[in-house]
Ligand binder design. Structure first.
Ligand code: PRX
Length: 632
């Protein structure tokens, strides 16, 4: 590692309070912190104790005096062929109207608001409005089905849910309202009010006394003045659910002050994006990348954020580059899967637009394979490709090149170095000793985790401790659940998860969650889901099922029908993003003598590799069945 980045990192670890006191200058405070870090109850870290601030103030109000007429948010939908541009002044108005609406619906400081929305500007108004009045938002990705939504409702217990009639995907409406109704029916503690944005895409029935219309209320509240609540830095700002080993998703709880500082600092040091420049992140607000780098990061930085609803290939595969050229984006953030989708198109689309304004394209969420990295780097001419590694839990990069600190070379296949604030270690998975250069280890971070990382699991401190801080016996060290190596120069390489989480097109899914969804199908006795390498999506889920009644699969048509029925069950329970690519039928699953599923062996066979160590396998015929199912 070269000197400046190394020195920056070293200081962030050795003088945490000094370092983060300096970074705190990048945001505005109503009251300065009394203490930079309270780590009296490890591993719980409380950053900027006593400080008062507000995410919405920093993202919007703070810029009014200097950049009120600058574009704050550019909304582009190639699905509805709409484009709307909001200056910081206009954004301020819209957010205040939304805040006034939420208040009129009874939302108070500390209450939860669930946002289940497509990629529309109103979703961002909703998030910022929550932050403004001190409500805790929980954004649920629009692709999740009613039972998943209901589970999140019961965990977060929102007072209000905000939704819309429909999303759009590839020219087709994806209705939301019936899922909202179904989720409210399934939930034990449904929200009292549902605020609905009617885009005119799908018919909506109305539940009297519960459903309210955004357009009507906006008319009443536009022009309202709603001040920002003075939040404590340690007050929670949002909950975002993510998958882990167990079936039940975890509510990652984020603070206010630490998150604001972490994002502001990252825009400067990692993304090197200047205030006034244009930041284009192609993620969705339902994911952590959308929270941090569509909404809060660019706006806190005084940049222009582009909010895009649509496919990367419609109306043609040059659509993103046309946006980059038209709005002169300097910084882009996307996923390796999106890059692989573009790689499959006619190369002429990559050169139709002048993208010389684009300095860097950041890619994250899943491994960036070398051919894709090389291809997009060449295709984009000048722009640098920056692989960066992080998690929903951390909210901002753990590893990345940090060009705002120093211009370091990147290596293909590596997200470069540990970012300042992260004290990373690699532990051998059975000896728990730290490993040497180029040796594989479990990637961990010594607490306190830096500002912006999860405070706890919503409503479950015990789960926070048990899940994240027990991988290395005797040490309360944060586990990322990823394997990695570090080379002689300090560059890291990520090798995949240590747990049952799979990564489908950059979307994190728990294999147990998918198994539980499949088990809802009444004819399923037992099921195993594994993630299998896929050239486009990185990984896809594959299911092996044992049925109770074998009659439906006695013919090829019967097998196909049962496979379809199981896939439909997953769509209905979890959402189509979790649908297995194939469902294979077997009469028994390979297990160890103690009854544990041999997932790694099934995965290896599905990827055409050797099944590995089978000394503990109970019945070898189970693996033979997997092999022949895969051949079919
Ligand atoms: O396994 C790692 C993988 O995605 C996981 C986190 O996913 P999620 O919580 O959805 O957050 C995504 C934020 C960008 C990690 O544990 N992952 C993320 N980035 C990379 C990666 N794997 C390899 N290379 C990356 N750059």
């Amino acid at each position: 590692m070269t000197s400046t980045v190394a020195a920056f990192h070293k200081r962030s670890i050795e003088d945490k309070e000094g370092f983060w006191a300096e970074q705190a200058q990048h945001i505005e405070w109503f009251a300065p912190p009394e203490k930079i870090l309270d780590f009296s109850n490890p591993p719980f870290a409380r950053w900027y104790v006593g400080g008062k601030t507000n995410l919405c103030h920093n993202a919007v109000d703070r810029h009014l005096a200097t950049r009120g007429d600058q574009k704050a948010l550019v909304y582009i939908s190639t699905e509805t062929k709409q484009e709307r541009i909001y200056s910081y002044k206009e954004l301020h108005q819209e957010v205040q109207a939304m805040a006034a609406i939420l208040k009129s619906l009874g939302v108070k400081r500390g209450d939860r608001v669930l946002v289940y929305m497509p990629m529309i500007a109103e979703a961002i108004f909703a998030m910022l409005a929550c932050a403004r009045i001190g409500a805790i938002h929980s954004v649920v990705f629009g692709g999740f089905a009613a039972p998943s939504l209901a589970a999140r409702i019961d965990d977060a217990t929102p007072v209000v849910m905000i939704s819309a009639d429909a999303g759009m995907r590839n020219g087709k409406e994806v209705p939301y309202k019936h899922l909202v109704d179904e989720a409210c029916r399934l939930a034990q503690k449904p929200p009292a009010k549902v605020l609905l944005i009617n885009r005119g895409l799908a018919a909506m029935s109305r539940v009297d006394g519960r459903d309210v219309d955004y357009t009507e209320l906006r008319k009443q509240h536009l022009g309202a003045s709603v001040p920002c609540e003075q939040m404590l830095a340690t007050d929670p700002s949002y909950i975002l659910y993510t998958s882990g080993t167990t079936g039940k998703p975890k509510g990652v709880q984020r603070d206010t002050g630490g998150y604001a500082v972490a994002l502001a600092a990252s825009m400067k040091h990692i993304f090197d994006c200047k205030p006034g420049e244009v930041f284009f992140c192609t993620s969705d607000i339902g994911w952590v990348v959308g929270h941090s780098y569509i909404v809060y990061g660019p706006l806190i930085n005084g940049s222009t954020t582009i909010v895009y609803e649509g496919m990367p290939t419609v109306p043609d595969p040059a659509v993103w580059w046309s946006i980059v050229e038209r709005f002169q984006a300097s910084t882009m953030f996307s996923s390796p899967t999106a890059a692989r989708v573009l790689k499959k198109q006619d190369p002429k689309y990559m050169t139709q637009h002048n993208t010389s304004c684009l300095r860097r394209l950041f890619l994250a969420g899943e491994p960036l394979d070398e051919p894709t990295a090389k291809w997009i780097s060449d295709a984009l001419g000048g722009a640098r490709i920056i692989d960066n590694y992080w998690q929903t839990e951390t909210g901002w990069p753990i590893m990345s090149a940090q060009h705002g600190v120093e211009d370091t070379p990147t290596k293909f296949g590596s997200p470069s170095f540990a970012v300042y604030g992260y004290d990373l270690r690699l532990y051998h998975e059975s000896t728990f000793e730290e490993v040497g250069a180029d040796e594989k280890g479990m990637l961990c971070a010594v607490p306190p985790l830096p500002p912006g990382c999860l405070q706890t699991v919503w409503g479950d401190d015990e789960r926070f401790l048990k899940t994240y801080f027990t991988a290395i016996p005797g040490k309360k060290i944060y586990s990322t659940f990823d394997y990695a190596t570090r080379d002689q120069d300090g560059y890291y390489f990520i090798l995949g998860r240590t747990d049952d989480v799979i990564n489908v097109a950059g979307h994190r899914l728990g294999t147990r969650e998918i198994e539980e969804a499949i088990q809802v199908h009444t004819n399923v006795a037992e099921v195993a889901v594994v993630g299998v390498a896929d050239a486009l999506k990185g990984q896809v889920p594959l299911a092996f099922c044992v049925l109770k009644n074998l009659d439906p699969i006695k013919s090829a048509e019967g097998r196909m029908a049962e496979e379809k029925a199981i896939m439909a069950t997953v769509d209905k329970e979890l959402g189509a993003i979790a649908r297995p690519s194939r469902v294979h039928f077997v009469t028994m699953l390979p297990k160890t003598r103690s009854g544990k599923l041999l997932r790694r062996s099934m995965q290896a066979l599905a990827e055409g590799r050797d099944s590995g160590d089978l000394t503990t396998l109970e019945d070898p015929t189970a693996l033979e069945q997997i092999k022949s199912a895969l051949k079919s």
